[in-house]
Design a protein around this ligand. Structure first.
Ligand code: NAP
Length: 282
């Protein structure tokens, strides 16, 4: 049977380590704070924001909440971001996506000071990652690296295949795996004969947004499978992009959904906030 990579436990370990770091910072009279901006009332976004605030509370990060009406103009949001950029006591700025349709997300992300870009979405953060300079890294792929490292799964020299090339998961994931000295292949919707490519993977990372798409035929015996997908199945149970029951018996290790990659995203957001505070407090 495969090792089931326990994202719940690993994310809890990270949050406990951060809680201790924040406690030590507080002893030195320093605090960590995150500004969370939500525009509108998208139900999924409201849940994400609530969970982020809960994690802040647990770790001891002050969360400043800006819940703005759907009718907020782009100008008003840009003005708020400029204000927060200028506040020395704000370490991180998070704008919950997606934004209402009348706003240009790229313009909003670019307005965030890269030193406070704890989501790692600013073009400067992405550029820094691509040429190996320090900067914030997108939380989901950063969390996957932690899952692998803390499960003692070696990456160096391994064949890593990623399904998906989105800006928030697939592309930064590829750069991070390169940084770990894996040999990386990125696949997407135009890839020909996908399963013949994925069957070469020692580590297969699936971020395609297609419910239970990856079956045992896509996986080599003994592979490590990381499932980023998040869906509801026909019985309204959470499931991933991977058909877990079909794939798990073939793997050496696999992440479940829920309890795999999901909890890591918030843990790494918290990690980025504390890192930002450490940088500004230096
Ligand atoms: P996305 O922006 O929709 O990107 C999906 C990628 O998959 C695209 O690059 C697309 O290729 C590729 N793709 C789609 N169908 C394919 C196919 N049949 N064969 C090969 N490639 C295919 O999605 P995302 O934002 O990266 O998210 C992916 C999944 O992860 C979603 O289920 C999302 O809910 C989940 N997610 C979870 C977390 C978490 O914290 N657990 C965080 C982020 C995302 P093209 O580029 O050619 O269109």
């Amino acid at each position: 049977m495969p090792t089931i990579i326990d994202g719940k436990k690993i994310s809890q370990d990270i949050k406990d380590e951060l809680r201790e770091q924040v406690r030590l910072l507080k002893e030195q009279g320093k605090k960590v704070s995150l500004a969370v901006i939500l525009v509108g009332e998208d139900p999924a976004s409201c849940v994400y924001v609530r969970n982020k605030k809960k994690a802040c509370e647990y770790i001891g990060i002050e969360s400043l909440s800006y819940e703005l009406p759907e009718t907020t103009t782009e100008e008003e949001l840009l003005t708020l971001i400029q204000e927060l950029n200028g506040k020395n006591d704000v370490n991180g700025i998070l704008v919950q996506l997606p934004l209402p349709k009348h706003m240009d997300e790229d313009k909003i992300i670019k307005a965030i000071d890269p030193a406070k870009d704890v989501d790692g979405f600013h073009p400067q953060s992405v550029g820094a990652l691509s040429i190996g300079l320090p900067g914030f890294v997108s939380c989901t792929p950063a969390g996957i690296i932690q899952l692998l490292k803390r499960s003692n799964i070696p990456m160096e020299g391994k064949n890593c295949v990623i399904i998906g090339r989105s800006n928030i998961v697939g592309k930064p994931m590829a750069l991070l795996m390169l940084r770990e000295n894996a040999t990386v292949t990125v696949t997407h919707s135009r890839t020909k004969d996908l399963s013949s490519v994925t069957r070469e993977a020692d580590i297969l990372i699936v971020a395609m947004g297609k419910r239970k798409f990856v079956t045992a035929d896509y996986v080599k015996d003994g592979a490590v499978v990381i499932d980023v997908g998040m869906h509801r199945d026909e019985n309204n149970k959470l499931c991933g992009d991977v058909d877990y029951d079909d794939v798990a018996p073939k793997c050496s290790a696999i992440t479940p959904v829920p309890g795999g990659v999901g909890p890591m995203t918030i843990a790494m957001l918290m990690y980025n906030c504390v890192a930002s505070a450490n940088m500004t407090n230096e």
